[in-house]
Design a protein around this ligand. Structure first.
Ligand SMILES: *Cc1c(COP(=O)(O)O)cnc(C)c1O
Length: 361
């Protein structure tokens, strides 16, 4: 491999300290590789979650004006037997696009021109982005503490933001009052199962990316459980179709400061930097616990300083994620020494680090 001047054709070794040719010309890189042969049978026109159209509630054709070719995110080998699925490689920089596109397709299909959603940030960003593409007005209810970066993104997409003075639970009460008063469709990622048929593609993709098998363990962050409900669908469908015999284990993660699935004590709820999973009272708590238990898994809690140090650890590996996503790597570090040799783990990197700028308290 050599550099070659584009003007005088002089060649330089790779370790030259020159950054351009002595004659002033710029370098080309010269190396001996050629032989691109198009594989006429490889269909890359469909590289998105719409690959799984046959198990989705809508067709790729119906999604044509709305899809941003979401899905099919990379599975990055991080450590031996640990893979990170980089969900922030997504149109709105979080995994919520898997469900967001489905919810908006639903709104379109039933002929709505206006919808409302409440979220701590990422679900609303996604639903707003797709709504705008679909020509649907989207009211967004967010708690006051939402990262300003997420708010800017929602506003940029054209979302009508209603800031609620209070926590995530107050926000959910506010949207429910608003939809009842104004007769507006509640495009909820928490209640509407259409969303979960989007998030289930996360598991279909991992299944294929690992060579048509699941890892032993999926670590999954839990706020309202949207990824867990996707797991429930994918596991069931793949088992019924005979592709898996048993369920991989789900290890759920919550921030200890807001861990209603671990502790029953409501006074123990405090603020957490993991804003995306700061849900003091998840409406589907019982179902989430049932799903986790059905896989032989359990839920662990992580401390605030552990989250920050895991975030830093990931950044030092080149992956910059939002605080809420660092909880997953943090959970891995905590269970690591109890793993049996060759037990494989997949963690999701749900949101981009550029999203979180909530004050660290
Ligand atoms: C939504 C979200 C989660 C998971 O929260 P659920 O409410 O359980 O769906 C995790 N991380 C990030 C970054 C999120 O946006």
């Amino acid at each position: 491999m050599l550099y070659q001047c584009r003007e005088c054709m002089s060649e330089y070794p790779l370790n030259t300290l020159e950054y351009k040719c002595k004659c002033g010309g710029h370098f080309n890189l010269k190396f001996n590789k050629s032989g691109y042969k198009p594989d006429l049978y490889k269909d890359v026109s469909n590289l998105s979650l719409w690959d799984y159209e046959c198990v989705l509630p809508f067709n790729k054709e119906e999604s044509r004006d709305i899809t941003m070719m979401e899905g099919l995110t990379p599975l990055i080998p991080l450590e031996e037997d640990l893979y990170a699925k980089a969900e922030y490689y997504m149109p709105t920089l979080s995994f919520k696009d898997r469900g967001g596109v489905m919810l908006v397709l639903l709104a379109k299909k039933i002929g709505l021109s206006e919808i409302a959603i409440d979220s701590s940030g990422n679900a609303a960003t996604s639903v707003t982005a797709y709504s705008t593409r679909a020509g649907v007005r989207c009211h967004v209810f967010v708690p006051e503490k939402t990262s300003t970066n997420k708010l800017k993104q929602i506003q940029a997409h054209g979302g009508i933001v209603h800031t609620v003075w209070g926590n995530r639970e107050d926000t959910s009460l506010a949207v429910k009052e608003f939809i009842t008063l104004n007769n507006i469709f509640y495009a909820s990622h928490i209640y509407n199962p259409v969303f979960y048929h989007g998030t289930k593609t996360y598991f279909y993709e991992v299944f294929e990316q690992l060579g048509f098998r699941f890892p032993d363990i999926f670590i999954i962050p839990i706020g309202n459980g949207t990824l867990i409900f996707g797991a429930e669908l994918a596991f069931l469908e793949l088992k019924e179709a005979g592709y898996i015999q048993k369920y991989p284990k789900i290890i759920g993660v919550q921030a200890k400061n807001c861990a209603p699935l671990i502790s029953e004590d409501p006074v123990s709820i405090k603020e957490t930097i993991a804003e995306g999973i700061a849900i003091p009272n998840p409406p589907r708590k019982k179902e989430i616990l049932e799903i986790v238990n059905s896989t032989g898994g359990y839920i662990i809690g992580v401390d605030e300083d552990e989250i920050l140090s895991a975030k830093d650890g990931l950044a030092k590996k080149g992956l910059y994620v939002e605080d809420t996503s660092a909880v997953n790597y943090c959970a891995y570090l905590k269970i690591k020494e109890n793993l049996t040799p060759s037990e494989s783990v997949v963690i999701p990197l749900c949101g981009s680090g550029l999203k979180s700028n909530v004050k660290h308290f």
